[in-house]
Design a protein around this ligand. Structure first.
Ligand SMILES: NC(=O)C1=CN([C@@H]2O[C@H](COP(=O)(O)OP(=O)(O)OC[C@H]3O[C@@H](n4cnc5c(N)ncnc54)[C@H](O)[C@@H]3O)[C@@H](O)[C@H]2O)C=CC1
Length: 457
């Protein structure tokens, strides 16, 4: 889920999704703000976040090898999984993949050179990016490269790129910026992949980039007809639940359509052009207000600003909604939900969504936290349980049990659809546990953990 962001969207595999970039980058393994910020800050007290950050550095990031070996299918709008080396790969795909293999050991240099070219040749584009580029750099280029490497997988790639193009509107990206980026991309690749670079390879990259950019440009143009590039939203309440977790409610300046289980990108006035992902903590409300659960992490710019500085009256900006962890209202299957830490936010929204649809579907929520004190939203969840007889909420605190183990103690779950939200390590072990108890991969939903990684947002 978050960082200087360039973020298309895909969670756990996100946000594809994340400072503003003319090209969003593949989303980090964790799409959500707090975790993403940890990765950005490279200051991780949490092993999972540290792992995600390491992946970034290795150019494998959220995209990466480090990414959860998700068993979930590619979801609409999420980045495709790593491109398998297919025997039927097109000649262009083979050349692109050969280039990628060549630059892999020097990916940091390629990234630095790409941005140096971009900002020296096109200084007007510098203003689209955040002032501090450290964390962002990995993303923009990585998203493009991952998309290129998956160019044959049009089924998943088009949906991903359309979201990416739409998501770039909030950065101020215009159609005329794409050729400049393409030119610098080719410039950086040709320099660092010189051993394999020839006219055919360059032509393959030009065709590939043209296809990618055209899908993004078209999607942005279509979106412009029906939605703003961003929404302003005024903070109307700020509830500090623990010393580092706040529940923040905002009022958008225009109607903001979204589905329970989705997330958005958010920019604060204190860190312009730095966007982070947060899930909606409630289903759509009749008063139009939106709530988010934000945990301040060490060195997390946006999360600290939101938790420790934001006050009613402050105005933030929101990008478009994204994500496919939504409820399938065409079935009566039960919902098995695992929410870890602030990952409980979208789970609460899903519960409200089921309640509003008025169908008595069994919903079982396992709410994991490190300590009792960290169950900052337990009162709300227990209140929902009291109100809805079909809902069971089970707090799971680390020193008594681990979230995935707790799930195994209950069941059977074979008639349930599963939803997971929380730290990447929890998603990984949670998916394993759910598979173990007989839930097929196709019925397990979570934000994108894997990015458009070819071997590795
Ligand atoms: N704020 C939001 O809107 C959302 C946040 N998230 C993500 O949720 C996470 C929340 O972080 P915190 O509140 O600090 O959670 P945390 O680190 O306190 O952990 C919450 C729970 O997950 C379990 N867990 C953590 N790592 C695990 C592992 N490797 N295996 C099994 N269980 C594990 C813990 O035992 C605990 O029960 C962040 O990664 C954030 O990106 C996800 C969706 C929405």
């Amino acid at each position: 889920m978050a960082e200087d962001e360039v973020d298309p969207e895909a969670r756990l595999l996100e946000e594809p999704a994340e400072p503003a970039q003319p090209f969003e980058a593949v989303r980090p393994e964790v799409v959500h703000g707090d975790a993403v910020e940890a990765a950005d800050a490279e200051d991780h007290s949490d092993a999972d976040n540290a792992t995600a950050a390491k992946g970034y550095e290795a150019n494998v990031h959220a995209n990466a090898a480090e990414a959860v070996a998700s068993t979930a299918p590619d979801a609409p709008g999420e980045p495709p999984k790593p491109a398998p080396h297919r025997p039927d790969a097109s000649p262009d795909a083979v050349r692109v993949q050969r280039t990628m293999a060549e630059i892999a050991p020097v990916s940091d240099k390629v990234t630095s050179y790409f941005y140096a070219l971009l900002f020296t040749r096109h200084p007007d584009l510098r203003g689209l990016f955040p002032a501090a580029m450290d964390t962002q750099r990995d993303r923009l280029l990585k998203a493009l490269l991952t998309a290129a490497e998956n160019i044959d997988r049009t089924d998943v790639l088009v949906t991903y790129l359309r979201n990416l193009g739409r998501g770039h509107r909030k950065y101020g990206t215009q159609a005329e910026h794409y050729p400049a980026v393409g030119e610098c991309l080719i410039g950086a690749l040709s320099r660092y992949a010189s051993a394999v670079w020839d006219d055919e390879t360059e032509a393959a990259w030009v065709r590939t980039y043209t296809t990618i950019s055209q899908v993004m440009i078209d999607a942005a143009a279509e979106d412009e007809l029906r939605a703003p590039a961003w929404w302003y939203a005024e903070v109307v309440s700020h509830d500090l639940r623990t010393p580092d977790i706040a529940v923040i409610t905002v009022r958008p300046d225009q109607p903001y359509p979204f589905l329970a289980g989705q997330y958005t990108s958010l920019e604060t006035p204190w860190w312009p052009r730095i966007w982070r992902h947060y899930s909606f903590a409630s289903a759509p409300r009749s008063d139009g207000l939106l709530s988010f659960h934000v945990k301040a992490i060490p060195a997390g710019w946006v999360s600290n600003a939101l938790v420790h500085h934001a006050r009613p009256g402050d105005v933030v900006r929101l990008g478009p909604p994204a994500g496919s962890m939504t409820v399938d209202h065409s079935t009566d299957s039960g919902l098995l939900c695992l929410g870890g830490g602030t990952g409980i936010a979208p789970i609460k929204a899903l519960v409200e969504d089921v309640a509003e649809h008025g169908r008595r579907r069994p919903v079982e929520v396992f709410y994991g936290a490190r300590t009792d004190h960290d169950l900052y939203d337990i009162d709300t969840m227990l209140h929902l349980q009291q109100t809805h007889p079909w809902l069971a909420v089970r707090p799971v605190v680390d020193n008594r049990a681990q979230l995935p183990d707790a799930v195994r103690e209950y069941g059977p779950w074979n008639e349930y659809d599963a939803y997971l939200s929380g730290p990447p390590g929890m998603i990984r072990s949670g998916v394993d546990a759910l598979r173990d108890v007989g839930i097929p991969a196709g019925r397990i939903r979570h934000d994108s953990v894997e990015e458009l990684v070819a071997a590795g947002d």
